[in-house]
Design a protein around this ligand. Structure first.
Ligand code: GLA
Length: 389
């Protein structure tokens, strides 16, 4: 992978001066969906899938970008003096946004770069290819310009800030945090209110994490996402008239039930209900996993899906089919949509002996009913972003 990337880099930009290489992973979230912008908990893990970069310093202020995933786009050339979002900039809006944020925070970038990247996260799958690209860029800049004072948590924050303010997607911190801070064979139990986190070993005994890609991404994902976020913010403001809280994640289920009538609109009430219950489910799920109660862990995952489908309404026909099929297979402990929603992937906890049946059965029925294939990955949980050489 890295060898091919370096070869491509040299063909594009010529041989010669030192080339450095970097990697940042994608993520899958086990539970805690749409809680990260509500001051709740999330429980993601970094994958071994991700984005690789080869980088060389330049003496001027020119930036050249190339992605092996978008060969037809070719080299995109710009400059450190032109860090503004544009449609023509295509995928480079993500690295440019991170560079813009660095400069905004006073970290001056005093020379340009030649960059080539390659990613093995399927595009549009909801496994955070864009967050991995942001964290990758943050790490490149930290390493290249010697910003030792910048922690990996700050890199995650910079990625989120750039996505919010440069790319117009009002996401929470989960994806960037998982990509920056992941740990092999562990999931991250993160309190998005305080950014306190703990690593929890993924002890699934005789089961695996299976990711199923629906290979659909419905349009308007970003606008629907931003809309959900606005609904939660309005619901929070209504609740704050009757109870002293900073975020929906501060409430238990019982407290929510006691105060929910402050939320005037029934749709908004459902959204807030999801955020509150999902946060509590996440806390319970981590406890269950830690105590080895995989049955309860799976049940909470199933309940998460029902809530995302019915109350938060971010699922879709294709994903519901995948989840229904998965939940009907013996040996599947739990299955749900993962990520922002409206397509993308499901995550399922599947006993080893059921993995083949899972893939065969779901693959066949999905093809028959939806008309295209689903893709399956048995997840390998890896480390966060790193300098390779
Ligand atoms: C997207 C966002 C995350 C998070 C999830 C939903 O992946 O980038 O911040 O909100 O959706 O849990």
């Amino acid at each position: 992978m890295v060898k091919k990337l370096i070869e491509t880099f040299q063909n594009l930009y010529g041989c010669g001066r030192e080339i450095r290489t970097y990697f940042a992973p994608g993520r899958v979230n086990l539970i805690g969906e749409h809680t990260d912008y509500n001051g709740g908990h999330v429980f993601p893990c970094a994958l071994t899938l991700g984005t690789y970069a080869a980088v060389r310093n330049r003496e001027d202020r020119v930036l050249r970008f190339y992605s092996m995933n978008f060969e037809s786009v070719g080299i995109i050339e710009t400059s450190l003096d032109n860090l503004i979002p544009s449609e023509a900039a295509s995928w480079t809006n993500y690295p440019k946004g991170v560079m813009w944020t660095f400069e905004k925070r006073g970290y001056q970038l005093n020379h340009g770069l030649d960059i080539a990247i390659f990613g093995d996260i399927p595009n549009g799958s909801g496994l955070s290819s864009s967050a991995s690209l942001e964290v990758l860029t943050g790490l490149i800049l930290k390493d290249t310009f010697g910003f030792d004072q910048i922690s990996m948590v700050e890199i995650a924050q910079i990625g989120q800030y750039s996505e919010n303010n440069f790319n117009g997607m009002n996401c929470g911190i989960m994806d960037q945090f998982a990509s920056a801070m992941g740990k092999k064979d562990h999931a991250i139990f993160l309190d998005t209110n305080t950014l306190n986190y703990e690593y929890a070993p993924i002890k699934l005994e005789d089961a695996k994490i299976v990711i199923t890609n629906s290979k659909v991404k419905h349009s308007l994902v970003n606008s629907a996402y931003n809309q959900r976020r606005n609904e939660c913010e309005t619901a929070l403001a209504e609740l704050q008239t009757v109870v002293d809280i900073k975020g929906l994640g501060d409430l238990t289920e019982a407290e929510f039930e006691a105060h929910k009538d402050a939320i005037k609109d029934p749709v908004r009430q459902k959204r807030a209900k999801h955020a509150v219950y999902e946060n509590q489910r996440t806390i319970k799920a981590v406890k269950a996993l830690r105590s080895g109660d995989l049955v309860l862990f799976g049940q909470l995952i199933n309940a998460s899906h029902a809530s995302l489908r019915d109350d938060y309404e971010v699922s879709c026909e294709e994903i519901d089919l995948l989840v229904d099929l998965a939940q009907s297979i013996p040996g599947v402990l739990g299955s749900r949509i993962t990520g922002g929603g409206f397509g993308g992937c499901t995550v399922s906890i599947v006993k080893n002996e059921a993995v083949d049946t899972f893939i065969e059965k779901i693959g066949k029925t999905y093809m028959e009913k939806i008309g295209h294939e689903a893709e399956f990955y048995v997840a390998a949980v890896g480390d966060g972003a790193k300098v390779l050489s």
